[in-house]
Design a protein around this ligand. Sequence first.
Ligand code: SF4
Ligand code: SF4
Length: 616
Amino acid sequence: MSNCIIRLMLGNHAIAHGAMEAGIAVAAGYPGTPSSEIIEYLLDNGREFGVYAEWSSNEKVAYEVAYGAALAGARSIVTMKHVGLNVAMDPLMSSAYTGVKGGFVIITADDPGMWSSQNEQDNRWVGLHAYIPVFEPYDPQNAKDLVKLALEFSERHGHPVMMRTVTRVSHVRGPVTVCSPEKPRYSEGYVKEPRRHALVPANARTLKGELLRRWSTIEEDVEDAPHVYIDGNKNLIITSGVAFTYALEAVKNYGVKASILNVVTPVPLPRKVITDAVTRADKVIVIEEGDPVLEQQLKALLYDEDIRVPIMGKMENLFNRVGELTINSVMDGLTKALGIVNPLTSIKTISIDYSPPQRPPVFCPGCPHAASFYELKVSTARSGARPVFSGDIGCYSLGINNPFNEQDLLTNMGSSLGLGMGIYHGTNGKTLVIPIIGDSTFFHTGLPALVNAVYNKTPMLILILDNRVTAMTGGQPNPTSMISIENIAKAVGVDYVRTIDPFDTKKAQDTITEAMSVVKGGGVAVIIMRRGCALEATRLNRGHVARYYVDANACRACGICYNLIACPAIVPLENRKAWIDPNMCVGCSVCAQVCPYNAIKPEGNVKEWLGKWAEM
Ligand code: SF4
Ligand code: SF4
């Protein structure tokens, strides 16, 4: 402990540091809220200790990188958000069969409440489905401790382990004891084991038996995990993960009389630990974040053990099944279950006669995507086309909002091309489909669908909005900085490939119009709309001074600039003339190009600034 200090840390940073303390050699991930800061921390802090960390092109690739390292005997982790695990399901299921040699932990950051996700998937189900044990931390210190434990557990059993964190663990800060990292445990060399590592049917059948035997040993070993039992009453609350902190608060601060058992491994359950606690209880209340994963297993376990005790949780609608738990929702459930008065309802609250202004999500000032959507809208409207805009996951998802309304579908990473092809064929070729996909998402899972469009001759106009980074999750790098999308599109046989700058509005509109005529003739067209993310450009070029302002005498109050490009820096005044907030404008020039009366004028050396920006 002499090399340890206490630091205030973000949960994700604590996880990353814990992995370094456990001697990880390899870490791979794909950015996705709320998981991104784990790899960022390792890229910033791991290299000097010899840790290899990378942003991979998608979660499946990341999984395979970390899994391969663990097959060779290195300690490794892979990180992703909950829905990312679906992309990695293929190697994940196989990894339980082959097992691993070095410790291997899959970190999935679930997003209950869908703060930045398309669903609330609870990945503890995946652990059950795949025979992979799940460790669940409740705060940053616990997360750091558990990732170390999970790596050791994984190595001891030669089996992958999942750690399921949630937003309120990953994105809170708390005091964490951090110690010096261990020397990374790289492999001494890969030992060929085709019988174990080559999953042809004959091998896989044998390995399924081995997997079940390993699972029995794992079930015994989880009994010794650091489950917390706080004795105090015949009412027993069973929790896992962040729900433990709410239960503790209820008992400590709000007069709830109950014992608490926090289960570190919701999958598989520590059967003896639980039956021991339940036999001392008259009533069991299960509190968990997400689905009733603990509760369902608990009911099955107690049926097996012939223990009859009332069990209440999400299946009885005691706690909310949509969104995150809160202390209020937990207290509501507990008061119903225990027949007590909820002290929170009698706490005096001060109401103030003020509601904050509504802030609909908008593109950043100078966002090149806003310009692209504007140009797409104008070009399609002028040509009289009524396309289906098939959207995708990224900052550009904001194109769903007014004034653009150009994301008719949007389901999952890389889906824009595939769904678009389905709509084209499903309407017997009667629909003009325009998939809109970002550079990172294109490299993630868009590329195989592009190959399919060419191979199966499905005419579409594909807009690839290349802003040089994975902007939605904080500007992480991706293959776009090294690999030419144009060359890929040409190599797979796309009929029409053009690259345009969305800040050149006239050329962009002309190119989109030309590409639509190629599609009408049965071709596949790709337009790469390339311009760096405005936030990254201003961050890299601190101190730029070029911007635009409105000449009030020339402005005719037509509203085109503030209504059609929706730049948050442009404000309509009471007289409907436009005004540009000098603190927000980043000098992209688009409003000046769309103003029909030349009322928007440059201030500073805009040409030089835009030239620098284009170099990203
Ligand atoms: S130049 Fe115009 S569109 Fe671009 S950021 Fe400034 S105000 Fe917004
Ligand atoms: S487009 Fe030009 S004229 Fe119209 S409101 Fe904006 S600045 Fe004024």
